[in-house]
Write a protein that binds this ligand. Structure first.
Ligand code: ACO
Length: 326
């Protein structure tokens, strides 16, 4: 019988900075209140990186936990992909900084920029290395300091985001080529650049020369999110050869409880199968999926062998989904 190489997730880890910012604390900064934020978003609190904590520091902390879970050491890592919108520096890539801080050997390291969809995009890119036998032990990390991109006078955005990192270790395993295999089974990735004005940062090295602040038309983004994500999820399930009814756990990008619930409802996924951390993490962009995944492993919900569905949508607009047998 012929066999195929699959990229198996052998370890997952998350890291949240110590400082927790409640809605009540934000109400002292902008004209908002706990009731509005909870009702519209489901968010109660978010974590904020310390002034001397960079995205790479969050990434390294999450990576160490993922490596420990996989029983691997930094010396074994040959590929690091960091999905981030908030890199330490314009260059080098945050992944190169992570490699140095972990003490990993010379290998491949680069960043992926697809905003909130970055982790799903990065998984797909890593699959191209691991399932081709070009990487024996890969780290895929979502790491964000989104609070650094906020305009703290804009109540429509600054209440929505938080900081954190999540990481997975990918290793090649032999599979049969069907949906019983362990690993990344199916993908759908999308970008519609014509919707750029709905969600963007108004600065950059080749335009303003500044970092800029996040700008968003929340209502339109919300509408696109629910419709677009559902289509991509169905496409990823077809690519994987699974029915959505077979999914054990749905781990959506944690942007807004109403988006998570809306997408799950559209897909016929009961809320008991949805992992939601948005209440305490807020939107950590590319970090949100691996952070939620790590939490649901730690609390005993997600177990090896189960079928997982992850999806995200963010600036670009980008969006995508991936089906994984853990
Ligand atoms: N506190 C109190 N009032 C507020 C706040 C706030 N923090 N923010 C906005 N308001 C006010 C507005 O000023 C407006 O007041 P007005 O009617 O007097 O003009 C009113 O609340 C309604 O504003 P809307 O923006 O229409 O409110 P909406 O119900 O659409 O909720 C929200 C806004 C939460 C941003 C929602 O649109 C949303 O979640 N969109 C998705 C955006 C998102 O999650 N983006 C993340 C990146 S993309 C992704 O990850 C999917």
């Amino acid at each position: 019988m012929s066999s195929v190489l699959r990229s198996a997730v052998t370890g997952v880890g998350g890291y949240l900075p110590a400082d927790i910012v409640t809605n009540d604390e934000l109400s002292k900064v902008v004209d908002t209140n706990d009731a509005w934020i909870v009702e519209r978003t489901g968010i109660h609190a978010r974590h904020r990186a310390a002034p001397d904590e960079a995205a790479s520091d969050l990434a390294v902390a999450a990576a160490r936990k993922a490596l420990a879970a996989a029983g691997r050491t930094p010396a074994e890592i040959d590929l690091i992909i960091v999905a981030t919108t908030t890199p330490d520096l314009t260059f080098p890539a945050t992944a190169a900084i992570v490699q140095r801080k972990l003490g990993a050997p010379i290998g491949i390291a680069f960043d992926v920029q697809a905003v909130c969809s970055g982790f799903v995009y990065a998984l797909s890119v890593a699959d191209g290395f691991v399932a081709r036998g070009m990487s024996r032990c890969a780290l895929v990390i979502g790491a964000e300091t989104m609070t650094r991109l906020m305009d703290w006078t804009d109540r429509g955005t600054c209440v929505l985001f938080g900081d954190g990192a999540g990481a997975v270790v990918l290793e090649p395993v032999e599979g049969k080529g069907d949906a019983t295999d362990r690993g990344l089974l199916g993908f759908a990735l999308r970008c519609d650049g014509t919707k750029q004005d709905l969600l963007y940062v108004d600065g950059g090295p080749s335009t303003t020369g500044t970092v800029g602040h996040l700008r968003m038309h929340g209502r339109e983004v919300f509408r696109h999110a629910v419709v677009n994500i559902s289509e991509a999820v169905r496409a990823a399930a077809i690519d994987a050869g699974v029915e959505l009814s077979a999914i054990d756990w749905f781990i959506p990008h944690q942007a807004n409880q109403r988006i998570l619930a809306g997408v799950a409802h559209r897909l016929g996924i009961e809320h008991e199968r949805v992992i939601s951390t948005v209440a305490n993490h807020a939107n950590t962009s590319a970090a949100s999926i691996p952070l939620a995944w790590a939490q649901a492993i730690d609390d005993g919900r997600i177990k090896p062998g189960q079928l997982l569905l992850v999806e995200a949508m963010g600036g670009g607009l980008t969006w995508g989904a991936c089906v994984i047998r853990f």
